[in-house]
Design a protein around this ligand. Sequence first.
Ligand code: AVI
Length: 327
Amino acid sequence: PQVLTCSASNQNMDITDCQFYKDSIAGLTAKPKHLDSKYFYDAHGDKLFQDLMNCDEYYPTNCEMEIFTNQTADICKALIGNGDAFDLIELGAGDATKSTKLLKYLIDNKADFTYLPIDISENVISYLNVTLPVTLPGIEITGLNGEYFDMLKKAASISDKRKVVMFLGSNIGNMPVADAEGFCNELRKHLSPGDMLLIGVDLKKNPATVLAAYNDKEGITKRFNLNLLERMNRELGANFNVNQFDHYAMYDPESGACKSYLVSEAAQDVKIGEETISFAKDEYIYMEISQKYSVEQTDKMAASTAFKPINHFFDGRRWFVDAIWLA
Ligand code: AVI
């Protein structure tokens, strides 16, 4: 048989040993078919997400940016607490554009902290390790490349300072509610009393506003979703014809679930490695959830996962909240 390699791993391993391949086959042979949105973010996906953040309809980034710009001092003072040294840990730091607002204030005000960005992408971590000391002279930074909880353990093993964890951008929304609760529970277990979580959550609002953000006119969200199929073509040697898939987004204002699907426009077979995946006409692949919450729901989630919500910072339209939860 043809030996395909998994370029995602850069290790020339057999494709069947590759996690991206295993997860993709498991998802596409399940009923209903689904894929994991964590695989959206290869270099092309990162670029498309940047474009999305700059598009008119996608509001969450601007909301959080507004909060961090207008309420920098209040947020930072709450995080600094009594002034003792602390570790500022960011889960999924990306290019750290938003956190840079806070980091700059903390440095300018001589806060005693080390910034520990955690990201699954090695590129992101080496980029931050090199660029942040230039843009933010005086910053103490220790980038950690790996899975969130593994890296939190590592962070605890190298320092026993108070921890302030940031989980921004409504990344929590990309988990179904039960998983989000499980995640917060697990996170709490990695923290000690007095530690904090600064969590950014997209709030329930006019359903048309939410839906437009995930169904933009320019079609960037569509390309963002299709990129995952293209990534499978590039890295797993799949033969998706992306022109035969359309993007469908829906928002249920009752549950707050905004979901994205790719719909097969024809009956078709797609090869991925040795596997053939058959699609019926109009069959869908469930791609992503972007869950929206009410403030009360976030407070309840904090309480049920052994945190205490102590601050809420809103944008002017109250579309988004950055909350501080005390462990
Ligand atoms: C990264 N995450 C919070 C984004 C969101 O809003 O769910 C990803 C995204 N998907 C489509 N547009 C943006």
